[in-house]
Design a protein around this ligand. Structure first.
Ligand code: NAD
Ligand code: IPM
Ligand code: MN
Length: 354
């Protein structure tokens, strides 16, 4: 039996609630098929407030020993001044993405049967955002002078390297080439961000030569928000920078029927480091601790994880169980654990009849 060494970071807010359900589903589909060895890493706001550590070198080395990471969400109480400026988000989540070279942030969107999208007629929505994960304005390349004076100046410089852009663009083309529609959309803001925009455009044009079967177009990021609401079925694979990808994937989650359904994978395609799977959403302090969170995004992140470790059979079992649950979800409000249990029941029913 194949072994999966899984690092689990439940994190803050609704993170632990949704990860508990995701693990229930993982254990149910893995039963007899995959030996899942979980290691818990109690990281997040509580640990930082108690010890002053967000993520130590020892934590990193221990996490690196695993085949994959499952993460809930991070970011503690927004009213706590000790957590201001995203100490946990940057020190934990972004540090893992950067240190483990998660240069592909994969964020698929579909409108599953039975789900009510806020769009009246969403059409056949099935696209994947390939968000760059290690560069852009996320690198912390900024500073401020004359702080707290009327002459304060703050900068936040977006970093884009030829190497970094090319590898994510190539990944996106290869993904588009494997999908039925074979279409790639570059999303940027080349009418204003001319230097980075030009690098992205030239890179896409160059890599396109290697993938003649893939059709390519370009959209400015502001216009993408229009098209994503008016005609999301036009998209297949979208490749974009770190910040644009962050923003448009919350919108994508919303049109798919809710951010509680949106899964993601932070992938290190080279396999040098463990990849990390997490819902697109955050720690949702407004609903935390009340069993109100939808764990489906975390469960679907487990499907992405299983796919990544070569178990597309188990990934399909998870996805089908989620789809079965969504199809007869109806309008009754269920707790986080009730949704998790229903998905487990659907997965188990499937295994026993198969
Ligand atoms: P959020 O995604 O946490 O919440 C946005 C809205 O979506 C809230 O109304 C919330 O209740 C709702 N929501 C989120 N997940 C849901 C779920 N599973 N089921 C039902 N409703 C859900 O975004 P935010 O409010 O901007 O951020 C809160 C905190 O989370 C901040 O500290 C932020 O930095 C952090 N954050 C972390 C991650 C992550 O860990 N990957 C992602 C985004 C935000
Ligand atoms: C996400 C989150 C993170 C991001 C934050 C919490 C750093 O919004 O995963 O989408 O901006 O990437
Ligand atoms: Mn986000």
């Amino acid at each position: 039996q194949q072994t999966l060494k899984l690092a689990v970071v439940r994190g803050d807010g609704i993170g632990p609630e949704v990860v508990d359900e995701a693990l229930k589903v993982l254990r149910a589909v893995a039963d007899g098929a995959l030996d899942v060895q979980e290691t818990d890493f109690a990281l997040g706001a509580d640990r930082f407030l108690a010890t002053g550590d967000v993520l130590t070198e020892t934590d990193m080395a221990a996490i690196a020993e695993h085949d994959a990471i499952l993460l809930g969400a991070v970011g503690g109480d927004p009213r706590d001044p000790r957590l201001a400026g995203g100490v946990i988000e940057r020190g934990l989540l972004l540090k893992l993405r950067f240190a483990f070279d998660h240069y592909v942030n994969l964020r698929p969107t579909t409108v599953h049967a039975g789900v009510t999208s806020p769009l009246a007629e969403p059409g056949d929505v099935d696209f994947v955002v390939v968000r760059e994960g290690t560069e852009g304005p996320y690198v912390g390349n900024g500073g401020a002078i004359r702080v707290d004076t009327p002459h304060e100046i703050a900068t936040e410089v977006s970093l884009n390297t030829a190497h970094g852009v090319e590898r994510v663009v190539r990944y996106a083309f290869a993904l588009a080439a494997r999908r039925p529609r074979r279409h790639l959309t570059l999303v940027h803001k080349t009418n204003v961000l001319v230097y980075a925009g030009s690098l992205w455009q030239r890179t896409v044009a160059a890599v396109a030569q290697e993938f003649p079967e893939v059709t390519v177009d370009y959209q400015h990021v502001d216009a993408v928000t229009i098209h994503m609401v008016r005609e999301p079925s036009r998209f297949d694979v979208i490749v974009t920078d770190n910040l644009f990808g962050d923003i448009i994937t919350d919108l994508a989650g919303a049109i798919s029927g809710g951010i509680g359904l949106a899964a993601s994978g932070n992938i290190n395609p080279d396999g040098t480091f463990p990849s990390m799977f997490e819902p697109v959403h955050g720690s949702a302090p407004d609903i935390a601790g009340q069993q109100l969170a939808d764990p489906t995004a975390a469960v679907l992140s487990v499907a992405l994880l299983l796919d990544h470790v070569g178990r597309s059979d188990l990934a399909a079992a998870v996805t089908q169980a989620v789809e079965a649950d969504l199809a007869d979800r109806g309008t009754t409000r269920r707790s986080t654990a009730e949704i998790g249990d229903a998905i487990v029941a659907a997965a188990t029913a499937r295994t026993t009849t198969a």
